[in-house]
Design a protein around this ligand. Structure first.
Ligand SMILES: [Zn+2]
Length: 257
């Protein structure tokens, strides 16, 4: 058994100088499967280039990131929709609501989120969902799909325990990044309350490097540092963390198994 990084931008656009080295380092660190989230139509060729080069290790998603939703979102969605049925695509993402820096396009973000959830349902694919400062808007959207078989990960989970419980009741998993390794991170208490059965590991590389690399370029090979922190929190071995989080990730993303 090995680790799965359920959210990493490990493709040449983000690693222009050391993409292959970063993939090899991840594999050598026992992080053998890595889910690659899509950001916009501009990301697609890069994603397929990466996943065709390492088909047993890198698995692409297709989706329009909420901060990339603007006036042209319908043409963006039309471009992306062409790729969602590609057999190598393992899910829809990253999609969601982000009102942290800018609320200008909140209505369009909601529409784009609805459309992409419907793609996931039509193709029975899981989702990688990005929500930052927009949980109430995101939950309103998800409620419209009540009683339908939604599945996925709330990546880089930043909500509180109430939001976490709401999502777990609906069968979603929470993606835990290197933020959990930061001193005084509130995430430590939250994961303990939620329990390992509802968590998956992710780096969100190249962002959010765990301690002791905080502030530097992150990469998928740092997944074991996140596992080590969870092992401390749950007072179990890192092997046990690997086993449970990998099983969870395989449940959410069955096409990578
Ligand atoms: Zn991301």
């Amino acid at each position: 058994m090995s680790y799965i990084d359920t959210h990493s931008h490990l493709y040449p656009e983000y690693y222009p100088l050391n993409f292959d080295e970063a993939v090899i380092r991840a594999i050598n660190a026992d992080v053998t499967k890595i889910i690659l989230p899509c950001v916009s139509s501009e990301t697609v060729s890069d994603l397929f280039l990466a996943s065709e080069k390492y088909p047993n290790h890198l698995f692409p998603l297709i989706g329009l990131h909420p901060t990339d939703v603007k006036e042209n979102y319908l043409s963006e969605l039309a471009l992306l929709e062409k790729y969602i049925s590609n057999p190598t695509v393992v899910g829809i993402g990253e999609i969601g609501i982000d009102l942290y820096h800018d609320k200008t396009f909140v209505d369009l973000q909601i529409k784009a989120f609805e459309t992409q959830i419907q793609w996931a349902l039509d193709l029975q694919l899981p989702m990688s969902i990005h929500v930052r400062d927009g949980f109430s808007e995101a939950f309103q959207v998800i409620k419209q799909f009540n009683h339908q078989p939604l599945s996925g990960v709330f990546h880089c989970f930043s909500g509180g325990i109430q939001e976490a419980k709401w999502l777990i009741e609906r069968g979603f998993y929470l993606g835990i990044t290197g933020v959990v390794t930061f001193k005084k991170s509130k995430l430590q208490e939250l994961v303990k309350e939620v329990g390992l059965d509802h968590l998956v590991l992710e780096t969100d590389a190249p962002f959010l490097a765990p301690d002791p690399y905080r502030g530097k370029q992150n990469e998928s090979s740092y997944i074991p540092l996140i596992a080590k922190k969870l092992a401390e929190i749950f007072e179990i071995s890192t092997d046990e963390v690997m086993k449970i989080t990998t099983q969870n990730a395989e449940k959410v993303f069955p096409k990578i198994v």
